[in-house]
Design a protein around this ligand. Structure first.
Ligand code: GDP
Ligand code: MN
Length: 388
C-alpha cells in the first residue's frame, strides 16, 4: 500500500523529519485559500497521485499569487496525470498539495528499503538527486552509496555520517542529515514501511535540509497492526480489480495480455504464464486462487477475469491437492452461469477427483474445453484467444 506525498510528509513530521509547510486542497477555490493562508508570494501546487515523475508531467507548478494557484489547481483537479511511472491511462488527481516554496541550493536523494537478499534494511543516498535517479543508477552507479543496517544494532549515527560526507554536506548539515535518517529508519521499522524515498532531499540556500517529496510503501501483511496507516488508503489510486481480489483473499495482478488465467498456487501460476508465453500468448492477469480454495472464491475469481474487456479466452489450470477438482468444476459452472459467459474456456484439472470434475464440465453444456496435457492446453487457449 502507498501513501500520497502529503500523507507521507505528515508522517515524516511526526518523526521529527523537516518538511515544508503546506495545505491540502480538493478544489481550485480551496487552493486559492491555501495560497492565501500560507502567505508567501509564491506557492508550489503539486498533484497528489501515487506515482513519481510528476514534475516532468506537469504535476508540479511553481506559481505566483492565489489567482495563479487556483488556476494551476483547476488545470490538475479532475484530470488524470500520466507520468513515466503510470500506465497510459494515468492516475486521477483528486487533490493538490499547496506548499510554501523552498529556496533550493542542492537536490539530494535518499531512500531506504528492505534488501531481501541481505535480510536487512539498506539506505541509499546520492548527491545527484532531483528527478532522474533511475538514470543515475543505470549510468553512474558510483554516485549512489549504500549502507546496510544490522537489525540487532539498528541504524548507527556513524553510518548516517558516512552518507552525509559522501554527499559533501557540511558538519551542521551532516548533523541534520543524521537526525533525519534516524527518523526515516523509525518510519521504516515502527510503521512497517517496506520502502521510503525522498527525492529530492534539499539543501536550502540558508543551508538547511528539507524533504521536498516523500514516497512510502507499506507491507500489506503488517497493515492489521498499522490501522492509522491502513485508514489513509486511497482506493481511487489503486487497480479496481486488484482491490476486489484482495477482498476475497485472491492474489491478483493485472497484466497486459488477453488470456485470463485462473490457477491455484503461485508457483503453478508462474509456470502457467511461462507456458502461455512460450506458445505465443500473453496473460491478461496473474491469479492465484490459493491452495484451500472454495467454490465461492472460484466464482469471484471468474467474475474478476470476465470483467476485463481485453480478455479473449480463459485458461483454468488447477492442481487438485488439498482442493478437489469436482468442487472447482462446480465453482466454474456456477460462475459461467452467473456471468453469462461468452468467452471460450480451456480447463485443465489434475489431481484429486479429476475424472469427476471433468465429467461435470462436459455435462454442463457450457463452452468449456477440458484438456489434461499442459502443453496442449496452453496451445489451445492461445489459438482461441487469437480467434482461431
Ligand atoms: P516528482 O517529479 O513526482 O518526483 O515530484 P517532486 O515532488 O520530486 O517534484 C519535482 C521537482 O519539482 C523537484 O525535483 C523540484 O525541482 C521541483 N520542486 C518541488 N517543490 C519545489 C519547491 O518548493 N520549490 C522549487 N523551486 N521547486 C520545487
Ligand atoms: Mn520526487
Amino acid at each position: 500500500m502507498n501513501l500520497h506525498e502529503y500523507q507521507a510528509k505528515a508522517l515524516f513530521a511526526r518523526f521529527g523529519i523537516p518538511v515544508p509547510e503546506g495545505i491540502l486542497a480538493e478544489s481550485p477555490e480551496a487552493a486559492r485559500a491555501a495560497a492565501k493562508a500560507l502567505g508567501t508570494e509564491k506557492v508550489v501546487v503539486k498533484a497528489q497521485v501515487h506515482a513519481g515523475g510528476r514534475g516532468k508531467a506537469g504535476g508540479v507548478k511553481l506559481v505566483t499569487g492565489p489567482d495563479a494557484a487556483e488556476e494551476a489547481a483547476k488545470g490538475m483537479l479532475g484530470k488524470r496525470l500520466v507520468t513515466k511511472q503510470t500506465d497510459a491511462k494515468g492516475l486521477p488527481i483528486n487533490s493538490v498539495w499547496v506548499e510554501k516554496p523552498s529556496n533550493i541550493a542542492r537536490e539530494l536523494y535518499v531512500s531506504g528499503l528492505v534488501d531481501r537478499t541481505r535480510e536487512r534494511i539498506v539506505f541509499m543516498a546520492s548527491a545527484a538527486g532531483g528527478m532522474d535517479i533511475e538514470e543515475v543508477a543505470e549510468h553512474t552507479p558510483e554516485k549512489i552509496k549504500h549502507i546496510y543496517v544490522n537489525p540487532a544494532a539498528g541504524l548507527q549515527p556513524y553510518q548516517a555520517r558516512e552518507l552525509g560526507f559522501f554527499m559533501d554536506l557540511t558538519k551542521e548539515q551532516t548533523d541534520q542529515f543524521t537526525k533525519l535518517l534516524l527518523g526515516l529508519y523509525r518510519v521504516l521499522t515502527e510503521c512497517d514501511a517496506s520502502m521510503v524515498e525522498v527525492n529530492p532531499l534539499i539543501v536550502t540556500a540558508e543551508g538547511n535540509l528539507f524533504t521536498l517529496d516523500g514516497k512510502l510503501n507499506f507491507d500489506e501483511n503488517a497493515l492489521f497492526r498499522q490501522k492509522e496507516i491502513a485508514n489513509q488508503r486511497d482506493p481511487a489510486q489503486e487497480d479496481e480489480r486488484e482491490r476486489a481480489a484482495a477482498k476475497y483473499d485472491l492474489n491478483y495482478v493485472t497484466l497486459e495480455g488477453n488470456i485470463g488465467c485462473m490457477v491455484n498456487g503461485a508457483g503453478l501460476a508462474m509456470a502457467t504464464m511461462d507456458i502461455v508465453k512460450l506458445h505465443g500468448g500473453q496473460p491478461a492477469n496473474f491469479l492465484d486462487v490459493g491452495g484451500g480454495t472454495t467454490a465461492e472464491k472460484v466464482t469471484e475469481a471468474f467474475k474478476l477475469i470476465t470483467a476485463s474487456p481485453e480478455v479473449k479466452a480463459i485458461f483454468i489450470n488447477i492442481f487438485g491437492g488439498i482442493v478437489k477438482c469436482d468442487l472447482i468444476a462446480e465453482g466454474i459452472i456456477t460462475a459461467c452461469k452467473q456471468t453469462g459467459l461468452k468467452l471460450p474456456v480451456v480447463a485443465r484439472l489434475q489431481g484429486t477427483n479429476m475424472e469427476k470434475g471433468q465429467q461435470l464440465l462436459r455435462d454442463s453444456g457450457l463452452a468449456i474445453t477440458p484438456v489434461s496435457d499442459l502443453t496442449e492446453a496452453a496451445q489451445t487457449v492461445v489459438k482461441l484467444a487469437q480467434g482461431k
